[in-house]
Design a protein around this ligand. Structure first.
Ligand code: ATP
Ligand code: MG
Length: 176
């Protein structure tokens, strides 16, 4: 039997109230720059993207996550921006909580040590809100920051579908 490949990434998944605020933000961005707002249930923040992983190697990815020292923190999403090259409009933060930078770096290091090939670009904290956005449009201001208490991170499987990717949480790790 061939080893099936699963498309995986580590992420922060917003609690329901934060997801709702992010979704409202996505709709206001969409009014300004068109495109397609992310569905409420799809909103997330990617920490490390693994891409296609042989099913037999998923345990190694999970082990890499067990070994990180993850501290709880609060993420304040306080700005909108848009990337022209991929037409993604997103929410981010002016100041990255050190605990989150540390978590992303630890994950990347452990995954690389376990033999996973990760993107070499530096971690860019962003929650994608709108796809196919017109980045030339004037973006609305985020009146008050979206306060996201982060107390867990997750491993997610991405399933390709006719209406874009669908995400499934595979496993959760609490942060202390
Ligand atoms: P779709 O590809 O269907 O448009 P998507 O990009 O959300 O949707 P995936 O490509 O499976 O779905 O990506 C899952 C998550 O990982 C997304 O948050 C995406 O931005 C991020 N991601 C994808 N490719 C990379 C990459 N090369 N480096 C870092 N993050 C990535
Ligand atoms: Mg993609």
């Amino acid at each position: 039997m061939p080893d099936p490949v699963r498309r995986l990434f580590f992420a922060l998944w917003p609690p329901a109230d934060v997801a709702r605020q992010l979704h409202e933000a996505a709709l206001s961005l969409q009014r300004a720059c068109g495109g397609r707002a992310m569905r409420l249930e799809s909103l997330h923040l990617t920490l490390a993207f693994l891409g296609g992983v042989a099913a037999s190697c998923v345990v190694a990815a999970e082990d890499a996550a067990v070994a990180v020292a993850a501290e709880r923190c609060v993420l304040e999403l306080d700005r909108f921006a848009c990337w022209k090259h991929n037409r993604i409009a997103w929410a981010g933060c002016r100041e990255l909580p050190p605990a989150l930078g540390g978590l992303a770096a630890d994950l990347a290091r452990n995954l690389a040590a376990a033999g996973f090939a990760l993107d070499s670009r530096p971690f860019a904290v962003h929650a994608t809100l709108v796809r196919n956005a017109d980045c030339a449009a004037r973006l609305p201001r985020l009146d008050s920051p979206i306060r996201w208490p982060v107390d867990e991170f997750v491993l997610v499987e991405s399933h390709a579908g006719p209406e874009g990717s669908r995400y499934e949480i595979v496993r959760r790790w609490p942060m202390h």
